[in-house]
Design a protein around this ligand. Structure first.
Ligand code: CUA
Length: 318
């Protein structure tokens, strides 16, 4: 029944399965969908009942209902019935509001909202942290604690298929506990207006089998990096390292997104473009053309070949 209802809703909404609260891949979003289906079905039954009452009333003779009969109807349909229904719904919904239990042994992922991208820091218990940006990977079946804050203005962190929304507020850390239930590639978005490119502030979410996640984390920590090629030299010379970090090189700046794992990313510019060499070069030369209000300056005078060399370097070339 639940699957049928979810399928029907998906058909209506165009089958978006990678960014949809109607196609959950997490425990909390699962509860939210069940609640939605119960509420929508209940509302449909009540609406049908009201239509029947109106239909009945429109066909009844005048004075068919005595005064005491009318009062009884108002008492039952207007007071007792709604009180019972709302109480039952409240009892049904309360457990879904309780946050998932978490402990110090759980993986923490700190995410900071920036205009208009996401700073990500994995903090696995008992191991060194790992910096990333604009992409979040979570192990399936394990509890993950997101610690959310913001640098500049209020943003809001929402992975519709995984859990509810949580505000990111400068000077404050909000916690969101999640557990992914199936692997796949999904999408999260900023859901609080935060400036010109608010609607262009998204990120990729990759839910991985636990063993694959552990292997990825171990691999991502290896930081040897050849940095003698043309792209690496251009990256140096143009001062890209004043804002961006690439682990394993002398560049450790934290103003812009960490670019260490750029070659693995599924998107460019926080979920807005395919990260091809051509798109990356175009973004380097004029970020505001793709992301109005972006803080990164334009490098309009940079020759195309040089921008492409940097792009190839970021994509993993030496
Ligand atoms: Cu960040 Cu809207």
């Amino acid at each position: 029944m639940r699957r049928l209802a979810a399928t029907a809703i998906l058909l209506i909404t165009g089958c978006n399965r990678h960014q949809s609260a109607l196609a959950p891949f997490g425990a909390e979003a699962d509860d939210t969908l069940s609640l939605t289906i119960v509420l929508a079905s209940g509302a449909a039954v009540i609406a049908l009942g009201v239509v029947l009452l109106v239909w009945n009333a429109s066909r009844a003779r005048e004075h068919a209902l005595s005064e005491s009969g009318g009062l009884r109807l108002v008492l039952w349909a207007g007071a007792i019935f709604p009180t019972v229904v709302l109480t039952v719904l409240l009892l049904f919904a309360l457990p879904a509001m309780r946050p998932l239990p978490e402990s110090d042994a759980d993986l923490r992922i700190q995410v900071e909202g920036e205009q208009f991208w996401w700073r990500v820091r994995y903090a696995p218990p008992g191991a060194a942290p790992l910096m990333a940006a604009n992409e979040v990977r979570v192990p399936v079946g394990r509890t993950v604690v997101f610690e959310l804050t913001a640098t500049d203005v209020i943003h809001s962190f929402w992975i519709p298929g995984l859990a509810g929304k949580m505000d990111m507020i400068p000077g404050r850390t909000n916690q969101l506990v999640v557990r992914a239930t199936k692997p796949g590639t999904f999408r999260g978005v900023c859901t609080e207006f935060c400036g010109l490119s608010h609607a262009l502030m998204a990120f990729d979410v990759i839910a991985m089998e636990p063993a694959a996640f552990d292997a990825w984390l171990a691999e991502a920590r290896r930081t040897e990096r050849a940095s003698s090629g043309r792209g690496a030299q251009a990256f140096d010379r143009r001062g890209c390292g004043a804002c961006h970090a690439i682990a394993g090189t002398p560049h450790h700046a934290v103003i812009g997104p960490d670019l260490t794992h750029y070659s693995e990313r599924l998107t460019l510019g926080a979920g807005i473009l395919e990260p091809t060499v051509a798109n990356t070069a175009a973004f380097i030369r004029d970020p505001s053309a793709f992301k109005p209000g972006a803080r990164m300056p334009a490098y309009a005078a940079m020759p195309q070949a040089e921008a492409e060399a940097i792009a190839r370097y970021l994509k993993g070339a030496p």
